[in-house]
Design a protein around this ligand. Structure first.
Ligand SMILES: NC(=O)c1ccc[n+]([C@@H]2O[C@H](COP(=O)([O-])OP(=O)(O)OC[C@H]3O[C@@H](n4cnc5c(N)ncnc54)[C@H](O)[C@@H]3O)[C@@H](O)[C@H]2O)c1
Ligand SMILES: [Fe+2]
Length: 378
């Protein structure tokens, strides 16, 4: 029998409106009362943090806000954040936002506590010290970054590198559905599909699939599938928003232990070269990669379909994902996101270099198959 192991964040809180009570949610994490909040300017301009910051200041905390994070965070911004947080002498880091601020916060929390050149921690298991205390508060229901041991940083112009290490697990997570009601439909759809991809790819993760990640992936998919279209159409429906946040978090727990595969490998170059948002990149390549994987993943896709009440055929899962893409109105082709045909060889070469994720795919991916998949969504 195969041995398994499973790790996750040990302290997960869920409260609609909870982010307004940050003084309560930082309790026990911050003895010196100096907090650095890592976020982006979009979040600041929406005023999402204001009530929570006021509650901290009223309770006597010193707070600095580093809001320079941008989507697909570049290394240079992480380094700037490390300097600001070190100068401020924070004893708690809060990552507040989508995957980009949360990933940035994770790396800052690690490198402020363990000063060293950032390139030394890229890869799997390279960050072995202990991070500063870390509280993560997602404002998108997608990446699951709040419960993963992964941070994705853009290195150079186009390349993305991952830091994968248990030191990146947060000390506490807060899911607050009120933060997500203002998410535009396009971001709700793309980030929600990203979460569904995490669950599907965790369930078919050929090396590290395990009974716990399987159970989480199936529950995540059921929640996300039931809520994604309604969340797009009824943005202020808090029940749906909370279901999406919980689904994305469960999918994050699953793929943190049973890592993602070829959908992510083929999606990365779309973000790296053309700045297509992460969730949308995944949505674009998703169904064609599922079709490619089908001969090897037939049984697993069938099990997912059955648990979703779609019958036991693997095609039913693929058809349902196509339906969700149409009903959430995500762009469907590379030309919809201004990617030209002549970029395909370069993107395929880049995708094939993503060994860290390709090794988890249920069917071996080849350069020719990658080119064909991109051509089929041109
Ligand atoms: N660490 C992981 O496990 C993991 C997993 C998947 C993806 N990622 C990474 O996460 C990043 C993508 O994260 P993302 O998809 O959450 O998007 P994001 O964090 O890049 O944010 C995208 C945009 O959405 C806006 N936004 C966020 N929350 C909002 C809200 N509530 N209302 C209105 N606007 C809001 C932001 O201001 C930003 O402009 C990528 O860098 C990707 O590589 C990490
Ligand atoms: Fe993802």
């Amino acid at each position: 029998m195969k041995a398994h192991s499973f790790q996750t964040v040990s302290d997960i809180r869920i409260e609609n409106g909870g982010a307004a009570k940050l003084d309560f949610y930082v309790d026990g994490l911050c003895p010196n009362k100096r907090i650095a909040v890592i976020t982006d300017k979009g979040i600041v301009s929406l005023g999402l943090m204001e009530p929570g910051l006021a509650s901290l200041r009223d309770a006597g905390y010193q707070v600095m806000v580093f809001d320079d994070v941008v989507a697909d965070p570049p290394e240079s911004i992480v380094l700037k954040g490390i300097e600001a947080v070190t100068d401020f002498q924070a004893d708690l880091i809060i990552g507040f936002g989508g995957g980009s601020p949360m990933d940035t916060a994770k790396v800052i929390a690690y490198l402020v506590a363990n000063p060293q050149p950032i390139h030394k921690i890229y890869g799997v298991g390279m960050a072995i010290g202990k991070s500063l205390p870390l509280l993560l508060i997602p404002t998108t229901a997608g990446t699951g970054s709040e419960v993963t041991n992964v941070a994705i940083i853009t290195t150079g112009e186009t390349e993305k590198s991952g830091v994968v290490a248990d030191a990146l697990y947060a000390d506490r997570v807060l899911l607050d559905s009120a933060l997500t009601v203002g998410l535009p439909k396009s971001i709700t759809a793309a980030t929600g599909i990203d979460a569904m991809v995490h669950a599907i790819e965790a369930y078919t993760s050929i090396k590290q699939k395990n009974p716990i990640s399987d159970a989480l992936a199936l529950t995540a998919l059921s929640k996300l599938r039931n809520a994604i279209v309604q969340s797009c159409n009824e943005p202020e429906n808090l029940d749906c928003r909370e279901t999406m946040l919980i689904g994305a978090m469960l999918a994050g727990q699953a793929f943190s232990n049973a890592p993602v595969g070829a959908v992510h490998a083929l999606a990365y170059p779309l973000g790296g070269f053309f700045h297509v948002p992460h969730g949308l990149s995944n949505a674009l390549v998703l169904t064609e990669v599922l079709k490619y994987n089908q001969p090897k993943a037939d049984k697993w896709y069938g099990e997912i379909a059955q648990s979703l009440g779609l019958g036991d055929s693997s095609s039913a899962l693929i058809d349902d994902m196509i339906r969700i893409k149409h009903e959430t109105a995500v762009p469907l082709t590379l030309s919809d996101v201004n990617i030209p045909a002549d970029a395909i060889p370069m993107m395929a070469k880049d995708a094939m270099a993503k060994d860290r994720v390709l090794q988890n795919n249920p069917r071996e991916m080849t350069y020719d198959a990658t080119v064909k998949i991109y051509e089929s969504i041109l």
